[in-house]
Design a protein around this ligand. Structure first.
Ligand code: UDP
Ligand code: MG
Length: 312
């Protein structure tokens, strides 16, 4: 990659009025210091605070460097990045959260790895500063996801990442409406690498992910990249049926040899509840797939852009 290749930095923004005044100057300083042409694409994902106004001021103050895409509602972080990908013109594309949990000063390190010939540069958060339960949940999700999807990633959650143009082109072609960008990129990458990056606590504003949104996102990851949960459901069904068959034979023989029994009502109830639980979760897992299939077949637009502000 030459010094003249263009860099696109995509930042999804959802109610980040507290962070933006800190983010913008740091981002500009870092990118100016890299001495290559760049564009910053802010995607306003339906913020209800002063974020859009701040972004437009920033766009006016930095002609030719800052572009703004304004969504017509909240479509989620991954769709915001998708829109950024679609509109980006760079040869190298970097994604960054607006909350400064990952320092923008790391961008040159990521781009250096692309220059070395890697097509996707992932990141592993060092000394991750998030609530304990989020860190534990995320460790669990990372290892389960690797096993289920067959992908190899140490940290799915960190969105400070760099991609080469050809990878972003492939992502743009796969018009998925429920997806998980780091996993998608990893699937298409030929020579990916992961590097450690700093991570700090969110100093301004609060996390935009509630526990339910996080769970939904993780189901997107699971269902989007593997059919293993469906196969597991089938296997559980087969094993339970086989066990029930053996148990039925045992009960029949017992009735013939020892005689009828009327005890053990609560044991029976307990077994029943256990099996009902398994059945409900199996229906649920199947439903997670069906719901997403339904979303895809309706072919509604993945996101709606209200307005764009490009080069001044
Ligand atoms: N974000 C977004 N749309 C959403 C939720 C989040 O564009 O519906 C943006 C948010 O503004 C931030 C990034 O995605 O730039 C990551 O969000 P957050 O820091 O809240 O996630 P966390 O770090 O808690 O996982
Ligand atoms: Mg964050």
């Amino acid at each position: 990659m030459s010094e003249t290749c263009v860099l696109s930095v995509i930042v999804p923004v959802y109610n980040e009025e507290e962070s933006l005044p800190h983010l913008c100057p740091r981002l500009l300083k870092t990118l100016d210091g890299m001495h290559r042409p760049y564009e910053i694409i802010f995607v306003n994902d339906g913020s209800r605070d002063a974020s859009l106004k701040m972004l437009l001021d920033f766009h006016k103050a930095n002609p030719g460097k800052v572009r703004v895409i304004d969504f017509n509602g909240n479509f989620g972080q991954h769709m915001a990045i998708m829109a950024g990908f679609d509109h980006s013109r760079g040869d190298v594309i970097v994604t960054l959260d607006a909350d400064l949990q990952n320092p923008p000063e790391e961008i040159p390190n990521l781009v250096a790895k692309i220059d070395e010939g890697h097509d996707v540069v992932g990141t592993i958060r060092q000394n991750r500063q998030d609530p304990k339960f989020r860190k534990m949940a995320s460790r669990m999700v990372n290892s389960i996801t690797n096993k289920i999807t067959g992908l190899r990633l140490n940290d799915y959650g960190c969105m400070l990442r760099a991609y080469r143009r050809d990878i972003v082109n492939i992502i743009n072609q796969s018009c998925e409406s429920t997806t998980f960008i780091p996993a998608l990129a990893q699937k298409f990458a030929v020579n990916p690498v992961e590097i450690p990056v700093g991570h700090t606590e969110r100093e301004h504003g609060t996390s935009k992910y509630s526990i339910f949104r996080l769970i939904r996102l993780n189901f997107d990851l699971m269902t989007g990249f593997s059919l293993f949960p469906l196969q597991a459901v089938t296997m559980i069904g087969i094993v339970v049926s086989a066990l029930s068959f053996v148990f039925a034979i045992y009960l029949m023989l017992r009735r013939i040899i020892v005689g009828p029994e009327a005890e053990g009502v609560f044991t029976l109830l307990n077994i029943n509840f256990f099996l009902m639980g398994i059945t409900m979760s199996c229906v649920g897992i199947t439903g997670e797939y069906i719901g997403r299939i339904y979303q895809e077949v309706r072919k509604r637009p993945r996101y709606v852009i209200r307005r764009e502000w490009n080069d001044a």
